[in-house]
Design a protein around this ligand. Structure first.
Ligand code: ZN
Ligand code: CU
Length: 496
């Protein structure tokens, strides 16, 4: 009799394609899904039974009665570049059912980077200068393979890193052609080394002076459909529509698969603009590959910057190098306590991070529900008092937005965090429950799954995530992480 690693019994499967759930057992061996037994899907059943001509034994049998078995969630928007090394348990993510993190978003990536001068905002979100020790993506991949985390990792190359390096810190102007050529060489090398594409952070000082054409010159070398392009757009507030148009121009002139990062309409004056942005995106989707990611909260978070503070209803400080104790406090209260103006307070605290309450629920619901949207946390792991999205994003979409608010069925919620994400980012044999796929799996309770992290207590793990497997190894059980570190570095498929 054959013996296999894991037999998950009696659960209901949501397979990550958006298809209706079905009752089925799942069998896992050597890191892969080798058996799926749905009663009404004869084609799948027949494929499975080639492996199971006789009965079998399993080293680990799990009863998933009343639970959902789904593909592991893919966090398409993270800043976990350094976190996977400093906390390889990645509890903030596996406790949500996340099994793959895409790092290097918003124009900032730990690799490739060898510039030694002062780094502009927001590069400091990835930590202190000694974290930046990977001149090539290859060096980062080697480090990860030598010290894997619980989760799989795929890496975007940050445009700001290419820029600061090629321009030797003079990022305040457009790059000249020599500098663009150097960025192109470095980007090509990064993709050859295993990066899945390029990200930008055009709203930030490090990249704001880059004209559209500079971006197009770079994006167009991402061999057609081979690498992806993700963008934290130039403006997410008063000029959000203009920024969406700029993104569509880049996407349609390069034909590269494009993802708008953490799409939002920031500032009360701009609430409602998502009707127009989504219409534009939908039209562009007819002839281009254009999608977006978002997180299920109406507050954003990044560095503490004056231009961002102005349009927010309320600002919480998440960290400050000079005043570590202010983490979690309201910026207005701090200004009162210091007896300073808001601007003076920002100068005093800087470098620092903040949470900005500045989005409307209607826009958030519309964006989350949109056909082209995926779930990405945008969590910032180094913060002393992080935005709760770091620990809560995925269970919140399942529990609050799907179960309680009925914004979409559970199958669609799962699709936005698994199958859709894997196909957009080219992560092969991930994101769906299929025979031969890697066994990245989550077992969760559909009646109780919910986020617990809040703005007051942001580092609480979710309820209802029962078991999580990465490459066939259990990483989360009984509300604790295990000792396994099975994460793999994912290079992404070559499209075309
Ligand atoms: Zn961003
Ligand atoms: Cu981000």
């Amino acid at each position: 009799m054959n013996t296999y690693d894991i037999h998950i019994k009696n659960g209901e499967v949501i397979d990550g394609t958006g298809a209706p759930k079905f009752k089925s057992d799942i069998v896992v061996d050597k890191g892969k899904i080798i058996g799926v037994f749905p009663p009404n899907h004869d084609d799948v059943r027949e494929k499975s039974e080639k492996h199971f001509l006789s009965s079998f034994k399993a080293r680990n049998t799990i009863n998933a009665e009343g639970k959902i078995i789904s593909p592991g969630f893919i966090d398409v928007h993270t800043h976990d570049d350094h976190n996977v090394f400093s906390d390889p348990s990645m509890t903030c993510k596996i406790s949500q059912g996340v099994t793959t993190c895409i790092v290097g978003n918003c124009g900032i990536s730990l690799a490739p980077f060898s510039y030694k001068g002062d780094v502009p905002a927001p590069i400091a979100l990835l930590g202190k200068s000694d974290n930046f020790k990977f001149p090539r993506v290859k060096d980062y991949v080697d480090e990860f393979n030598n010290n894997p985390s619980t989760v799989n990792v795929a890496l975007l190359t940050g445009h700001s890193m290419l820029r600061v390096e090629a321009m030797k810190g003079e990022f305040d102007r457009p790059a000249n052609s020599k500098e663009i050529n150097q960025m192109i060489d470095n980007l090509m090398l990064a993709v050859e080394d295993g990066s899945i594409g390029m990200s930008t952070g055009l709203a930030y000082p490090a990249a704001n002076a880059a004209p559209t054409n500079e971006i197009i010159e770079l994006v167009k070398i991402l061999p057609k459909m081979n690498g992806v392009f993700t963008t934290h757009m130039r403006n997410e507030a008063i000029d959000v529509i203009k920024s969406v148009k700029e993104t569509i121009e880049i996407c349609s002139s390069t034909k590269v698969r494009t993802i708008i990062s953490h799409h939002k309409c920031a500032g009360r004056d701009n609430w409602g603009k998502s009707k127009e942005t989504l219409k534009l995106i939908n039209e562009a989707k007819q002839n281009n590959f254009l999608d977006l990611d978002c997180y299920p909260y109406t507050a954003s978070s990044t560095m503490l910057l004056k231009s961002f503070v102005k349009r927010a209803d309320k600002v919480l400080v998440t960290w400050s190098d000079n005043y570590p104790d202010v983490s979690g406090q309201d910026l207005n209260d701090l200004a009162d306590n210091f007896g300073l103006t808001i601007d003076e307070t920002i100068d005093k605290l800087y470098p620092a991070g903040a949470i900005y309450f500045q989005m409307g629920d209607d826009d958030l619901n519309r964006i989350l529900k949109f056909d082209g949207s995926m779930v990405g946390s945008d969590g910032i792991p180094g913060d002393r008092h992080p935005h709760p999205r770091l620990w809560g994003t995925f269970p919140r979409v399942l529990g609050k937005y799907s179960r309680e608010m009925k914004l979409f069925p559970l199958e669609e919620a799962v699709y936005k965090m698994t199958g859709k994400s894997a196909s957009v980012f080219g992560l092969e044999k991930r994101g769906t429950i299929n025979i031969g796929n890697f066994a990245d799996l989550v077992i969760f309770n559909p009646d109780t799954v919910i986020d617990k992290a809040s703005y007051q207590s942001p580092m609480l793990h979710a309820d209802g995530i029962e078991n999580v497997f990465v490459n066939g190894k259990m990483v989360w059980q009984n509300n604790l992480s295990t000792e396994n570190r099975p994460g793999m570095f994912l290079e992404g498929k070559k499209f075309n």
